[in-house]
Design a protein around this ligand. Structure first.
Ligand code: NAD
Length: 282
């Protein structure tokens, strides 16, 4: 029978063994680390994908601010309940990303409270579907104001702080439909393709300042946005996804968390598709 090895009996007795020195807990270092917590802003932060992105970033130790429309007070209250277990590391701030001044005031508020905005995730988005022949200028402009101007309005207001401090992570949520085009979505597809063009250009402008800018392009996900399509079209979509299911918000949130990490500094100007194989390219 093999006798279990007693580590204390190998060379020396427990008594003669030098005591393993445990590093003293550096309270001041811990406090400093707490103060140094990166601040992450997530627009559309109480939406289907945004709320899971907030949770994943908080689990990664970020101080998270979920930004969404003031008009969604009821949903904001429910969100507050949902994230109560995070002990205050996720909170809500109202702002309208389609309004430059609203974004400017928001960033000024956050920087005053926290000193910095280190991570920005632009997930606010809307759809205004119609074939081009039926699309009104209002449907076109409303969508552009949120899905594309919103990305400009937020990035424009955080970029100086990030480059001055020498650190930043910007993750813009695009869409597979920006890569492939989609019937009834000339406005949405144009805005989402625009988001990636914007991200590549900004990535070049900020690369030497420690600021990365990337896009995540979700495929079809199990969120209210997709629940709005008919059951028949939904079944058709799932049949076309090689993985055989809709994406879960956590699938997207994990990709965002990866790109927002401190050690993801060599990935910039990239698009990370998270679509279950629905659209493969390279
Ligand atoms: P959602 O509708 O659940 O959430 C979007 C959020 O954006 C909402 O909470 C809404 O209130 C907020 N919002 C809208 N207009 C705003 C404004 N002017 N200012 C601030 N907030 C505003 O949608 P979702 O499914 O969570 O989508 C999130 C992002 O992912 C969107 O950009 C969407 O285009 C993109 N996307 C979603 C899917 C999907 O399958 N759900 C697929 C590809 C891309």
């Amino acid at each position: 029978m093999i006798k279990p090895i007693d580590p204390n009996s190998m060379n020396q007795t427990a008594a003669s063994k030098p005591a393993v020195e445990k590093p003293a807990l550096d309270r001041r270092a811990l406090d400093r680390r707490a103060l140094d917590r990166r601040v992450a802003l997530v627009t559309g932060g109480i939406g289907g994908l945004g709320s899971e992105i907030c949770r994943q970033l908080a689990l990664a130790g970020r101080e998270v601010v979920a930004v969404d429309l003031a008009a969604r007070g009821e949903r904001a209250a429910a969100f507050h309940e949902e994230v109560a277990s995070f002990g205050g590391s996720i909170r809500f701030e109202p702002a309208d990303v389609s309004d430059f001044d609203s974004c400017q005031q928001l960033i000024a508020r956050i920087e005053q409270q926290h000193g910095s905005v280190d991570i920005l995730v632009n997930a606010a988005g809307i759809t205004r579907d119609a074939s081009l022949r039926k699309m009104s200028p209002q449907q076109w402009h409303e969508l552009m104001r949120v899905n594309l101007d919103g990305v400009f309005n937020m990035c424009r207001n955080v970029v100086d702080g990030m480059t001055e401090r020498g650190f930043g992570r910007i993750v813009n949520i695009s869409s597979v439909n920006g890569q492939t085009g989609q019937f009834g979505q000339t406005n949405y597809s144009a805005a989402k393709a625009g988001v990636h063009g914007f991200s590549m250009a900004l990535a070049r402008e900020t690369a030497r300042k420690g600021v990365t800018v990337n896009t995540v392009s979700p495929g079809y996900c199990d969120t209210p946005m997709v629940a709005a399509v008919s059951a028949e079209i939904r079944a058709q979509i799932i049949a076309d996804i090689p993985v055989g299911r809709l994406g879960a918000p956590a699938d997207i949130a994990r990709a965002v968390k990866f790109l927002a990490a401190d050690d993801a500094g060599y990935i910039t100007g990239a698009n990370l598709p998270v679509n279950g194989g629905y659209f493969m390219s390279f």
